[in-house]
Write a protein of this length. Sequence first.
Length: 371
Amino acid sequence: MKILLAGGGTAGHINPALAIAGYIKEKEPDTEILFIGNRDGMEQTLVKKAGFEIKSIVISGFKRNFKPKSIVHNIKTVSRVFTASSKAKKHIKEFAPDICIGTGGYVSGPVVRTAIKMGIPAIIHEQNAFPGVTTKMLSKKVNKVMLAVEDAKKHLEQGVDFVVTGNPIREEILKVDKQQAREKLGLDSRPVILSFGGSLGARCINEAVAGLVARSAKDQKYQHIHAYGQQGTWFPELVKEKGTDIDKCDNLDIRQYIDDMPVCLAACDLVVSRAGAITLSEIQAKGKPAVLIPSPYVAENHQYHNAMALVNKNAASIIEEKDLNEEKLIKAVDDMVSDSALLRQYSENAQSMAITDASQRIYNIVKEIVK
C-alpha cells in the first residue's frame, strides 16, 4: 500500500498525520508513506525526525485585510496556488499513491485537490469542532471526511460523506497511570494544577497564572506545574514581583517547556490551557477537568468552538481571553477544585467524550477505500 499525506503549518495539523502514518506503518510495515509539506513549514523538521520522507511545495494563505503588504502577499498567494498544484502533480505522479490523506493547513488544499483530479481516492481529517476552509472546500469532492468531534458536522454542507473518528492520540498519553506519574514527579496528595499556553507561551495565560502561582507559594494549597513557553521568559520575574521566589517553593514546578506531557497530564487534577484540538482530545482521553482559555487569534475562532464542545457537555469551564485576569482565573480554579462532586462530574463527562481508538478507525477507513 502506498499512502500520501498532506498537512502542515502547525503541530495541530502535522501530529495527527504523523500519528496516522505511524499507526499504519505499525500495522503494515511494508507500506510506503510520503508526506508533502510546505517548503518552509515546521513539518519539514517534524516529519524527518519521525523518519518519513517528505517532498515540498510552496503555498501560503490569504490575508483578510486590504493593507498594502497584505495585497502584495495575496497576489503572491494566487501565483503560488498554480505553482503548488503543478509541483504537487509532479510529486504525486512520481509516487503513484493508492490514497491521499489531508490533515489540514494551506498545504493540504492543492495536494488533495490535485490527487482528486488525477483520479486518486482522497480523504481528509478535520481536527477542530469548526471545520477549516480547506475542509469545507474539499468536503464534497473527497471520498470521506473524518471528523474529530460530532459538533463539526453541523458546519458542513448537506450531502457530505462524513464519519466521526476522533483525533489520533499518542499511545504514551493513554498508558501513564496517575499514581505512578505523581510518584515520578515527587508530588503528594494535594491537588495538582497543570497550566500551559503552548510552546511559544500565551502572555494572557502567563499573566493570570502568575497570581495563582504566587498565592499557592504562600498558602501551599495547590501543587502547580506551569510552562511559560519560549516567549514567556519574563514569567519567573513577574512572580518574584508578587513576592514569590519560585526556586524556594517545593510545591511549584515552573518551566519553559513541558517535555513530559504524558506524565504531567496523568498526574494533575485540573488543566488550565488553550483549546487546541489535540490538547482537548488528550484531556478527554485522561478524563481531566479543565479551565479553557481559547485563543481568539486562530482561523475562524476555532478554539472557541473546540472549547464549547466540552463546555456544552459539562466537561470543562471557559474564560474568554477578553475576560481573563488573575482574579477570575483563581476563582474558576478554586470553585472547581473545592467541589469534589463537580470535579468528578467534569472528569466523567470529559472521558465520556473521548475517542481513544481514532488511529484504528482511520486505518479501517483507509483499508476500506483502498480495497
